[in-house]
Design a protein around this ligand. Structure first.
Ligand code: ZN
Length: 112
């Protein structure tokens, strides 16, 4: 199975045991969830997030699998718009908001 250069495998979030990509879900030793581990020195900080790829794959160096191995329907890339007037409200108000119904590719989406 093809993985990104920085992907080091899976690590148990409790006991720290390391596993290959073929292990799934939970640690077979203690039952805690597994989390991807990365070699951060393998990531070029200048290129991180700058590549021309859809959605999360702009940050593909820190994903387990490369973009060309992804199974996707083209999701991601929902535009954010500034909400300066709302930002004047209480401090917990976000300064940007997603524009539901618009995607980077211009297709409409339906929110349930
Ligand atoms: Zn464990």
């Amino acid at each position: 199975m093809q993985t990104t250069d920085a992907f080091d495998g899976l690590a148990c979030t409790d006991c720290g045991a390391s596993f290959g990509v073929d292990e799934h879900g939970r640690c077979p030793d203690c039952g805690a969830p597994l989390s991807p581990a990365y070699d951060l020195d393998a990531v070029d900080p200048a290129a991180f997030g700058a590549r021309d790829a859809p959605g999360q794959y702009r940050f593909g160096d820190l994903l387990p699998f490369p973009a060309d191995a992804a199974i996707t329907a083209g999701e991601g890339g929902t535009p954010l718009v500034r909400t300066d007037r709302l930002a004047e409200e209480p401090a917990s108000t976000p300064r940007t908001s997603k524009t539901r119904g618009a995607t980077r590719r211009g297709r409409s989406t339906t929110a349930g």
